[in-house]
Design a protein around this ligand. Structure first.
Ligand code: PGA
Length: 259
């Protein structure tokens, strides 16, 4: 059976203009691709997508009200946004807390959209020699439990189209953004961490079929290593999602044959 893994394009604060955003979206529009556009381009990008699904990079957790500068889930739904990234390490670095992340996830789930929860650690980078993976696991387990505190997936309405209720992206902080010195994880270690994350999601949080992706300096050269691992359900791509040719090569690698 042919099955595609997920490839999520996180454009971050790019491109610079709506024209470029639309042109890029048209070039990378494909099945099983999610495009997380900056808010200001969501409407224009949504109009040209035929196959890819629209995502956002953040959302405010509250409903209606006086919240200067915020974007509500209702607004995103208006533009057919389906996925929302939450807890990216770049947002956490600017002060986003576990509590806010938890509130956002609750709100996204309540509104029937799908959170892409980013978790990552520095613990493996600064861990004791030989103990890095163990330290990393302890850290991501705490992050997961804090982000998903009080959420019972068994009580959420099942999705009838086989969609996952939640996507988790394991993005080790030190692996993010080649341009700022990040180096990708090895597929072996990423797979080990992802297996662990799935265990936590199943055992402690009751998520029956967790989908967990890898993110951090994925490009067309290393994508195959991650995407060919059965434990890894796809990749979250930052920098390389801004170059259509490069991104499309990654999407091609995501088409795998399953028994
Ligand atoms: P990168 O970004 O692919 O540029 O490392 C990934 C991410 O931060 O989501």
């Amino acid at each position: 059976m042919m099955s595609m893994k997920f490839v999520i394009a996180n454009w971050k604060m790019s491109p610079a203009t709506e024209e470029e955003a639309v042109s890029l979206a048209e070039k990378i529009d494909a099945e099983n691709v999610v495009i997380a556009s900056p808010f200001v381009f969501i409407s224009a990008v949504g109009r040209v997508l035929k196959k890819a699904i629209l995502g956002a990079q953040d959302v405010f957790w509250g409903g209606v009200g006086a919240h200067t500068g915020e974007i509500s889930i209702g607004m995103l739904k208006n533009f057919n946004v389906r996925y929302v990234i939450v807890g990216h390490s770049e947002k956490r670095a600017l002060g986003e807390t576990d509590e806010t992340i938890n509130q956002k996830i609750n709100a996204i789930l309540e509104n029937g959209l799908i959170p892409i929860l980013c978790i990552g650690e520095r613990a493996r980078e600064i861990g004791v020699e030989g103990q890095e993976l163990k330290k990393g696991k302890e850290f991501v387990r705490q992050q997961l439990e804090a982000a998903l505190n009080g959420i019972n997936f068994l009580h959420l309405p099942a999705r009838d189209n086989g969609e996952s209720q939640l996507i988790v992206a394991y993005e080790p902080v030190w692996a993010i953004s080649t341009n700022s010195g990040g180096t990708s994880d090895t597929p072996e270690n990423a797979a080990e961490m992802i297996v662990f994350i799935k265990e936590v999601l199943r055992l402690y949080l009751g998520l029956v079929t967790p989908k967990v992706l890898y993110g951090g300096s994925v490009n067309s050269n290393n994508a195959k290593g991650f995407l060919s691992r059965s434990e890894i359900d796809g990749v979250l791509v930052g920098g390389a999602s801004l170059k259509a040719e490069e991104f499309n090569k990654i999407v091609k690698e995501a088409s795998v044959t399953e028994n």
